[in-house]
Design a protein around this ligand. Structure first.
Ligand code: ADP
Ligand code: MG
Length: 267
């Protein structure tokens, strides 16, 4: 008996899936109660595939921030399950949780930069997770890491402010630095909680545009919350609407009846 050269003629054809079958983020019947009487999230279920950009809309107090925070257990859920990538977040012990958080970029409503450090140091800080920490101060970072951080700053248009202290930036500049820091982390998923809500409308639109474009360029999976329906319409492929802690709809953006929503989700 002899084998054909290469041995592969009888092998079944390789099937390369177009999209990963397992969601990047899967939230299943998530509940959050604060005390016995206040249920802020009631059985929230949603699933986000690789490369998607999903907007979570909802009026003030509808549970948007609580939902994002529960996803990485910055707030402990009361019940339900969250999976991120291949990890059951809700069951994870501290060490596993830390590892999964390193793969998730978080952009907050207020940038939470380290105020007394330089802009460049703040961006370098974004790499701490993936490098196993310690690159905290500019001085401790390798030239390659500094170069990469400068490149991230260039991408948000702030290279010339690299040496400035973070507490001397405007709101819009701060959110750009927070975005550069998230890029530096090279996350697979970004959770952004009203990333431009602290900015005036025109700066907000500009930074939201930049954020969405950069994430798309990196093919990062994004979930962002907003009470700005226009931002959802422009930058999300899918919209999940929360009302009183429940999902009231979950639709492709093209199918969302924005004009009929009034300000139910926008206050
Ligand atoms: P959103 O981000 O959509 O404005 P939040 O998730 O911040 O909504 O809040 C949802 C509800 O949960 C609000 O009624 C808020 O007052 C309440 N809430 C949030 N955090 C706490 C907390 N730590 N303790 C008690 N209630 C809270
Ligand atoms: Mg909020």
């Amino acid at each position: 008996a002899h084998q054909p050269v290469g041995g592969a003629v009888d092998a079944p054809p390789t099937v390369i899936p177009l999209a990963s079958p397992t969601p990047v983020l899967a939230v299943d019947a998530l509940c959050k109660r604060f005390g016995p009487d206040l249920e802020v999230l009631s059985a929230v279920t949603l699933s986000v595939s690789r490369g998607e950009s999903v907007a979570v809309i909802g009026a003030n107090g509808s549970g948007k921030s609580t939902l994002l925070r529960c996803c990485v257990r910055l707030i402990e859920p009361s019940a339900g399950r969250v999976r991120i990538l291949d990890t059951d977040v809700t069951a994870a012990r501290r060490r596993v949780l830390r590892r999964v958080r390193q793969r998730v970029g978080f952009v907050f409503q207020r940038h939470n930069l380290v105020p007394r450090l330089s802009v460049l140091s703040n961006v370098i800080h974004g790499a701490m997770g993936r490098t196993g920490a310690l690159a905290w101060h500019q001085g401790a970072a390798s030239p390659a890491m500094r170069g990469e951080a400068m490149h991230c700053l260039e991408r948000v248009g702030l290279a010339e402010l690299a040496r400035r202290r973070a507490d001397q930036l405007s709101g819009g500049q701060s959110q750009r630095v927070a975005i550069a820091r998230a890029l530096m982390q090279r996350p697979e998923v970004v959770l952004a909680d009203e990333p431009v809500a602290s900015l005036d409308p025109s700066a907000g639109a500009e930074v939201m545009d930049l954020f969405a474009r950069l994430m798309r360029d990196e093919a990062v999976t994004v979930v962002f919350t907003t009470h700005n329906l226009e931002h959802a319409r422009q930058h999300a492929g899918r919209v999940v609407a929360l009302r009183g802690g429940r999902v009231s709809f979950d639709l492709e953006t093209a199918r969302v009846p924005f004009d009929a929503l009034g300000d139910l989700y926008a206050r």
